[in-house]
Design a binder for this molecule. Structure first.
Ligand code: GLP
Length: 259
């Protein structure tokens, strides 16, 4: 079972997860981080600034989950730009060691395989941050995605395009396709940390954590992984049937276990 941690707010979630990442980097200076975009991981990146100040992060590596296809990499809302702005620059990471899937159209049919090779060459991802979409997607693996899938081009659902329209001038400007790590790729990471905040995520969280394991709700793939931490606020936890047990278990967690 995933460990479910219910926290009061986004800042508490950011602090908890940032502590874990800082400890990982202290232990392993060339740690491989799996980076997520969207609003959800921002408190983690924010909290990491102070925790990594003065630390040697020159060898830290990173792989983003996904990217839009056909977007100019210099567009402010390309995930390349977002990762540069929110993670690479503020944390002082080496840009050459942080990759996003290549969403440029030229050679797109090979970009998924190239990305898989790069992750494998780095030795795999140590800690993968995840958000969850209202459709239950992780990365951009929309409902129906194979649990064995690897990095590939996918078509975004209209719901996801509408959810992400807030980052663009209009929904019509949101690309129709993406390139995303597959569920199989994500499940290969050594530790999955899924965060979710707000009532709008409550159904997706309940489905992912307590629902049947089904490709209809791609986030439920986390139930197949041996080391998962789900960090949610009270609203995102509001539909969890066993929330009281999760609170009880976390309050009695042996200190030596870590996250
Ligand atoms: C986006 C991203 C996902 C993200 C999810 C939730 O479309 N591709 O990686 O987890 O949807 O986004 P947010 O965190 O903004 O709610």
């Amino acid at each position: 079972m995933a460990e479910i941690v219910i926290v009061p707010d986004r800042a508490a979630a950011g602090a908890l997860v940032a502590d874990e990442i800082a400890a990982l980097i202290a232990r392993r200076p060339d740690a491989v981080l799996g980076l997520a975009t969207g609003s959800t991981p921002l408190p983690v990146y924010e909290a990491l600034r102070s925790r990594l100040a003065g630390a040697d992060v020159s060898r830290v590596r990173g792989f983003a989950l996904d990217e839009y296809v056909g977007i100019d990499p210099g567009h402010p809302e390309s995930y390349r730009s977002v990762i540069t702005r929110e993670v690479v620059r503020p944390l002082g990471l080496d840009p050459a060691r942080v990759r996003t899937p290549d969403g440029t159209l030229d050679g797109i049919e090979h970009h998924g395989e190239d990305y898989e090779e790069a992750i494998a060459h780095a030795g795999g991802v140590d800690l993968q941050l995840l958000g969850i979409g209202t459709t239950g997607h992780i990365g951009f693996n929309e409902p129906g995605s194979s649990f064995a899938s690897r990095t590939r081009v996918k078509t975004l659902t209209q719901q996801t395009r509408e959810d992400n329209a807030r980052f663009f001038d209009s929904v019509d400007d949101v690309p129709t396709h993406c390139i995303t790590q597959g569920l199989g790729t994500i499940l290969d990471a050594r530790h999955l940390v899924l965060l979710a905040f707000g009532e709008g995520k409550a159904a997706a969280v309940a489905g992912a954590v307590e629902g049947p394991v089904t490709s209809s709700l791609p986030g439920s793939a986390i139930q197949l992984h041996p080391h998962v931490t789900v960090v949610v606020d009270e609203s995102a936890a509001s539909r969890l049937a066993h929330a009281d047990y999760y609170r009880y278990a976390y309050a009695r967690k042996p200190a030596w276990q870590g996250l």
